[in-house]
Design a binder for this molecule. Structure first.
Ligand SMILES: O=C(O)CCC(=O)C(=O)O
Ligand SMILES: [Fe+2]
Length: 296
């Protein structure tokens, strides 16, 4: 089938040139090996909200994704600024000691989905029904959906030397990331498993971590280029430490949602990407109080 036809029919996306299908048979859902993979990943996620599938991309797949990342990275938007972990606007009415008063440097940049073309490895992976089916099973949902957000569903995260992505939560419950190029030094993914939960913001525990008073809450991941990571980022505070050395750190962030139609919050979108779209403005108008009562 020619490439244009394949792209017009998401169901036929063939990932054999990118994914190590012998080790990760995502093209054979419900086979014994697939079920085993899902069970393993679920157990990891239950234990600490994170699971790594090492060597998910083949060597050729990784090389392709890395090279495409090199073309995308110069298109990144950098909006260096100090922001709180919730990406909310300053609110002087909050009490002293509230973690929303703690501002951290965000200097990493993003290439948003609207700039990532359909034939790239990461866009093919993001849209692939096989990957969605795997992710859904691992996070125990009947189905997961691509974001309706024109920017945030698939984001290429760019950290040149000297930059960092500070502590934050993700808007959605889980993300999938693939590092396409690691840093020479630093650029470590750190997280605090399940530091908040629906109905329990744990502001005091979070403030302790942000003030550096609770280092034993922080775990570090040994991520390698070509691994696939599943992560429950809505409840686990996380950051990427400052990148050292001379190489940029590149990660594709594939965000799926438990329901269709998800569009990120307006203020957060403005802070992260430096612009908003009509879809964000309309979604904000319709947005109601989040069902789980968390800040963002
Ligand atoms: O680059 C990473 O490893 C994590 C990215 C992340 O947490 C995010 O973009 O929300
Ligand atoms: Fe994140």
């Amino acid at each position: 089938m020619d490439a244009a036809l394949k792209l017009a029919d998401a169901g036929s996306i063939d990932l054999s040139d990118l994914v190590d299908l012998d080790r990760y048979p995502i093209d054979e859902p419900n086979s014994d090996a697939w079920r085993e993979l899902v069970e393993r990943t679920r157990a990891d996620l239950a234990e600490d909200g994170c699971s790594i599938l090492p060597g998910f991309l083949t060597a050729a797949g990784l090389e392709r994704a890395r090279a495409e990342g090199g073309v995308l990275a110069p298109k990144a938007t950098f909006q260096p600024r100090m922001c709180n972990i919730y990406n909310t606007a300053h609110d002087p009415s909050l009490p002293d000691g509230d973690p929303r008063h703690i501002y951290l440097e965000r200097s990493s940049g993003f290439v948003t989905r609207d700039m990532i073309t359909a034939e790239t490895a990461i866009q093919r992976l993001y849209q692939s029904p096989a990957l969605k089916q795997l992710v859904a099973a691992c996070v125990d949902r009947p189905e997961v959906f691509e974001y309706a957000d024109p920017f945030a569903g698939l984001v290429f995260n760019v950290l040149p030397p000297g930059t960092q992505q500070p502590w934050h939560y993700d808007t959605n419950e889980f993300i999938t990331t693939i590092m396409t190029q690691g840093a020479e030094e630093g650029g470590v993914f750190e997280y605090c498993p399940n530091i908040r939960s629906p109905g329990d913001e744990n502001l005091s525990g979070v403030a302790r971590v942000l003030r550096g008073e609770d280092p034993q809450k922080i775990k570090q991941l040994d991520l390698r280029a070509g691994d696939l990571q599943l992560f429950k980022g809505r409840y686990s505070l996380h950051q990427v430490t400052r990148v050292g050395g001379s190489r940029e750190r590149h990660t594709a962030v594939l965000a799926y949602a438990a329901q269709p139609g998800v569009v990120g919050p307006l203020e957060r979108t403005r802070q992260l990407y430096g612009r908003v779209s009509e879809a964000h403005i309309l979604a904000e108008r319709r947005r109601q109080q989040a069902a789980d009562g968390l800040i963002r």
